[in-house]
Design a protein around this ligand. Structure first.
Ligand code: FAD
Length: 653
């Protein structure tokens, strides 16, 4: 309660939260619409690079709200959190502040695919994000709903091309001007909520959808192609009604690993366990009996394949036992989030269903599960800097681009914020390559291939995943963020430089120690080293043995290596992956070269005087890849077509 009061006091006293009328007719460098995960990172990033920014969101109180699961990170998603953090975003630090159960997923596999993850305290997460945003210089936050975009058709010769000039608010029709607008409306664009046979307009339970005028602006006025997707959330369960003795205890990691590179520890004093239980044949029965009362499940609209509802799981895999994780909703919360039980059947059937699970046989529901359907904008209409190709200055980020998940939204928000800020400040846009980040992979997939179902990140989507590891996101992105982009603070940059220097010195020192295998065996008594190699082995190569740690080598050579003990785990990972990464370098260079060959956005592919099939011309015209590399990754574009395109690009310069 005290925290709540503090936040309230903060809102009242903070001058960055203003009313809609006080900003009417004003002009901002950047306007961000929506205060979800995409919008908050977008606003913060635009502000960090120096743009005077306005964030407009329906309710200030829900800024940073976790609409569904109270958790952050995981396999693939954890990499995105680390990259957002490496570029000085908010999400990683918020996770460290709000986490109540930290674990690294995939620990048994290599560190490249480890998935840093945490259960969060919902209230603390929102609190962190709100306090950060409302204290940011150059950022104004107002409560309001954007009902339309102000656009001008700049060039009469190009009637399909528009330029955004600002937004119009629903209440009172106030207009606010800006040459860069970022839409991050999440699940709210023409949002409808579903439970049983009941459908009502909404973007999230208890919150209205985005004004219909906004969809009208996008579809009818700007001529954009929109699609529809769906998702859902489970009922929240009253904790004290659960019999934990009938579920398996799942403990967090003993030592929580922070998400943020600038945090040495998390804020959590005492972590909370999770529990695992399973569905029963009774659950299948209730799903089947309730199908005729469940409109959401009957719709053809695509939902998230990797986070399906219990109804979809039962229908796809009949008779199978499904995992249900009972996850805490917060430090002092009386509620549990049953991950795996997202459902949209009527409330009485939801209660019957959960009570078919032994640990939940006396459980009560606090808030029912429900589904949401919403419009998204087909992301092939975007440049890799997340601006729409046909509308100068209009950027999109988050669920509006067909993704699902907080991390995917935050990553896009950050990148859109940087580019919207750069556009407003008359700087050229920037793209991130697949060779340097998961953010680059995410955006390249979206703008190159579009989506047919909600897109979520996996490590398998990144071809260079051994180089794009969660542990080295700071080395990959923080220097670029400071030196080229200007979105990283100087203390963070100096820390990344210090770490880079330390790692490089440690690896050189390890290389300088060379001995025969038998000599190493003597030195590292506990290690299991094969003596079959007759050549000398360096300290760096020794670390490639599974059970040789940096600490072991350092204790054998303390005078050379002890200064680097603080980087122990990172040195081990670097040493293990170095041979793989060196092999990948040539492949990465080739991709970078292909990406440096840009394709002009206005090429008329149908009249291009090169030998291309009608099908290839149609694909290129539809997607309009911005580089030769992006064209190569398009399905249906043949290697022969690429050779002709390459000749054309090099001929025309
Ligand atoms: P959101 O977090 O939705 O934020 C959008 C923001 O925009 C809100 O603050 C809203 O008030 C504001 N806004 C909208 N329109 C306007 C307007 N016209 N003017 C001003 N402000 C506006 N993700 C998963 O990964 N797995 C799941 O299983 C899952 N299930 C979900 C279930 C439900 C019921 C919901 C609602 C979401 C679910 N999600 C799930 C999605 C997850 O919440 C989103 O991926 C993530 O929140 C997207 O972030 P965002 O910033 O794009 O949008």
């Amino acid at each position: 309660r005290l925290r709540g009061l503090l936040i309230q006091h903060h809102f009242l006293s903070n001058c960055s939260a203003r009313t809609a009328s006080s900003v009417a007719c004003r002009e901002y460098d950047v306007i961000v619409v929506g205060g979800g995960h995409a919008g908050t990172e977008a606003a913060a990033a635009a502000t960090r690079i120096g743009a005077e920014t306005l964030l407009i969101t329906q309710k200030i109180e829900t800024i940073g709200a976790l609409s569904c699961n109270p958790s952050l990170g995981g396999v693939g998603k954890g990499q995105l959190v680390k990259e957002v953090d490496a570029l000085d975003g908010l999400m990683g630090r918020a996770g460290d502040y709000a986490g109540v159960h930290f674990s690294i997923l995939n620990r048994r596999k290599g560190p490249a695919v480890w998935g840093p993850r945490a259960q969060l305290d919902r209230g603390r997460y929102k609190e962190f994000i709100q306090l950060e945003l409302l204290n940011m210089p150059r950022l104004t936050v107002i409560e309001g709903s954007v009902e339309g975009l102000l656009v001008s058709t700049a060039d009469p010769e190009q009637p399909g091309k528009h330029t955004v000039t600002g937004v119009r608010l629903a209440d009172g029709g106030n207009e606010i001007l800006s040459s860069s607008v970022i839409l991050t409306t999440g699940t709210f664009l023409s949002g409808s909520l579903f439970m049983g046979k009941t459908t009502s307009p909404g973007g999230r339970m208890g919150e209205p959808p985005s004004c219909s005028g906004l969809t009208h602006s996008l579809r009818e006025i700007l001529g954009l192609k929109l699609g529809r997707l769906k998702t859902g959330t489970p009922p929240r369960i009253v904790k004290e009604t659960v019999d934990f003795s009938l579920a398996h205890l799942h403990l967090p990691d003993l030592r929580p690993t922070p998400f943020s590179f600038i945090n040495t520890h998390t804020h959590c004093k005492e972590q909370i366990p999770c529990h695992l239980t399973y569905t029963t044949p009774g659950v299948d029965r209730v799903v089947r009996e309730s199908l005729h009362m469940n409109s959401h499940i009957q719709q053809d609209t695509k939902g998230p394949r990797y986070c399906p509802s219990i109804e979809s799981r039962v229908l796809r895999f009949p008779g199978r036992q499904h995992q249900v994780w009972l996850e805490p909703e917060g430090l002092n919360s009386d509620l549990l989030y049953p991950q795996g039980l997202s459902m949209t059947m009527p409330l009485e059937m939801q209660l019957r269903l959960i009570r078919e699970i032994p640990a939940l046989q006396r459980a009560d529901i606090h808030t029912p599960g429900y589904g949401v359907q919403y419009d998204f904008v087909c992301p092939t209409q975007l440049f890799p800097w997340l601006q729409l190709k046909s509308i100068q200055g209009l950027f999109l980020a988050g669920q509006i681009n067909g993704t699902t998940g907080y991390e995917e939204a935050a990553a896009q928000g950050l990148w859109a914020g940087i580019n919207a800020g750069r556009t407003a400040l008359s700087m050229p846009p920037l793209s991130l390559s697949r060779t340097e980040s998961y953010i680059g992979v995410l955006i390249d997939d979206l703008v190159g291939h579009g989506v047919t179902e909600p897109y979520r990140m996996f490590t398998s989507r990144a071809e260079f995943r051994t180089s794009l590891r969660p542990d080295n996101a700071d080395l990959r992105l923080t220097p670029k963020g400071f030196e080229e982009i200007g979105c990283v603070s100087s203390p963070r940059y100096l820390e990344a430089v210090r770490v880079r220097q330390g790692l490089s010195e440690a690896l050189s020192a390890l290389k300088s120690i060379t001995m025969s295998p038998s000599r190493w065996k003597e030195k590292l008594r506990d290690a299991c080293i094969s003596e079959t190699k007759s050549t000398l082995i360096s300290g760096e190569e020794m670390l490639q043995y599974k059970d040789v740690s940096f600490d072991m080598v350092a204790s054998a050579f303390p005078e050379i290596l002890s200064p680097y003990l603080e980087f122990s785990e990172r040195i081990k990972i670097e040493a293990v992956y170095r041979p793989h990464c060196e092999k990948q370098q040539r492949e990465m260079e080739r991709m970078r070269e292909e990406e440096s060959l840009s394709l002009c956005p206005d090429i008329d592919y149908f009249s291009l005087p090169v030998s291309l099939s009608d099908e290839v011309r149609e694909i290129l015209d539809r997607v309009r890849p911005s580089t030769l590399g992006a064209a190569m990754r398009l399905q249906g574009v043949t290697p022969a077509a690429i050779v002709h395109l390459l000749n054309y690009v090099t001929r025309t310069g």
